[in-house]
Write a protein that binds this ligand. Sequence first.
Ligand SMILES: [Zn+2]
Length: 302
Amino acid sequence: MVPRVPDYQLILAVPPRTCLEGRAGRATVDSMADTPLPEPESERLAALVGNGSLRLAYGLLYRRRNHPPTEQEMSFFLATASAETPFDQVLRGLREYFDIAAVTLDGQRRYRLLGWAGRHSKSELVPISPRLRVQALARGGCALCGRTPGQHGVVLEVGLRVPPEWGGTNDPENLWGLCEDCDSGWRQYLQTYAPYADRISRAANYPEPQRRIGELLKAFDGAWVPSDLIGIVASAKEFQEDYQRRIRDLRFLGWEYKQEKRYNEGARVKVYYRLVRSARWPDNIPAAIAAEERKRRQLKPL
Ligand SMILES: [Zn+2]
């Protein structure tokens, strides 16, 4: 069965349920390479590395980054802590996530923790703790097709709605549970935007939704941008229930754009936007929009 490509318009129409207290730690993707390594006792580490022996060994490597331990010291340490996993397995497990170099210092082979393992995709390095996983699955069914494990026998996988490559974080609002069909459909859908990944992630990084949208339109240099892509980028930092309104906000800032509806691209009407004129961003974007809105309302004839 070929999974259908999820309809982003529909997804945006159904905001994720967020009955969550507290916010999870954020790990934005652009900064991932520079993201500090997790502290040994942290939830971040536990979310990445479940195995207790691995976490213990990581703690030793982390604390002794400047004076790397030898294999003997590591093995002794693990045995003292009654760790069950042997050293070579521990090392292999940790190297899945971390760059651990074998170096010869003082005539001895030592292990130095250097940073994150490069071969891992950024998405794997945005940790989703068991607690976040449970919260994301609380709605019961697949976030796109609604099928449930109980009734339809589907397996739900928790993933990021806005992908990490575009600035999506492990914020609860950005997590959802998808069945395998929808998950692979969603990946295919995102893949169609892969050629624009750099431009998209730059735009997605701004704190204000209006600016994310404006910069995205600018990045496409006057070419038509599909509205569902705008919806994703608008929601990159926090979910936007009404991203069309955020597009309209740009008009209060002196921006001009054109809108076009296309009826020949599949089952539903597709809307595209194209930038005509941009303007300089004010220091306080929400305040500037509110002020302009007030002004225009007062000018309206009664
Ligand atoms: Zn599904």
